[in-house]
Design a protein around this ligand. Structure first.
Ligand code: C5P
Length: 235
């Protein structure tokens, strides 16, 4: 069954913990991104994992190979089960991250985390992609990065739901797709433009869904999450 990661996009540990406590009894998957990690730091990750959470550490590493390898090692020490890096960091950086992940997990005697690549941010359109200096359309650039990611040993990519068929056809059904932009029927789209319902994402082949505001902004977050889990289970 597809996993549903709830994005804990909060500016403080207190708010994030309050939400985590509500959600953990129904689902262990939580995403910690830049906003919360900068505010609450590694101690909060320890707190989450000690409470039974499976954490996706969404920090999108992009630096020289040595630095990214170190960041991946540190993520494993923190207990992150899903970690991501930017494919745009290049082959040497991706390979360094994969090697660091394998070796550090082995050294600590823990399961290797799922290492995902960020291809082209969904906030970028064709024009923005070309303005950066890539010569292709956004989708051609995604294709290029998926091939690079797979060749270098990444476990999957973070992508928009509409890219799932492309990713699976290029890299096979076992290559993991982590998909944000999920909106249950009737919920507010907010700033997301291309959205899919949980059922549509599952039918498209998504392995992991990322949901933020439809759960965290609901009057009853636990109920909202339970309804999404039901929809996923019956799709
Ligand atoms: O609140 P909402 O459901 O839109 O939250 C989606 C989460 O997924 C946020 O944490 C956002 O940063 C993240 N995300 C995204 N689009 C991407 C990558 C990550 O919305 N392409």
């Amino acid at each position: 069954m597809a996993k549903v990661f709830v994005a804990l996009d909060f500016p403080s540990e207190a708010q994030a913990w309050q939400m985590a406590e509500k959600l953990l009894p129904v689902n262990p998957y939580l995403k910690v991104g830049l906003e919360l990690f900068v505010a609450a730091g590694p101690a909060f990750l320890h707190r989450l994992t000690a409470a039974g959470a499976e954490v996706f550490l969404d920090l999108k590493f992009h630096d020289i190979p040595n630095t990214v390898a170190g960041a991946v090692r540190s993520s494993i020490s923190l207990g992150a089960r899903y970690v991501n890096i930017h494919c745009g960091g290049g082959e040497a950086m991706i390979r360094a991250a994969v090697e660091a992940s394998t070796k550090e997990a082995e050294r600590l005697g823990v399961k290797k985390p799922t290492l995902l690549g960020v291809t082209v941010l969904t906030s970028l359109d064709d024009q923005a992609v070309q303005q950066i200096g890539f010569p292709r359309s956004a989708s051609a650039q995604v294709k290029h990065f998926v091939e690079l990611a797979q060749e270098c040993g990444l476990d999957g990519v973070v992508c928009s739901a509409e890219e799932i068929p492309l990713v699976k056809s290029l890299a096979g059904k076992n290559f993991i797709t982590m998909v944000p932009g999920i909106r249950p029927l009737g919920s507010d789209k907010g700033d997301q433009k291309r959205t899919l319902t949980p059922a549509e994402a599952v039918l498209a082949g998504a392995d992991c869904l990322v949901v933020g505001r439809p759960v965290t902004g609901a009057a009853d977050p636990r109920l909202a999450l339970s309804q999404i889990l039901q929809e996923v289970a019956h799709s």
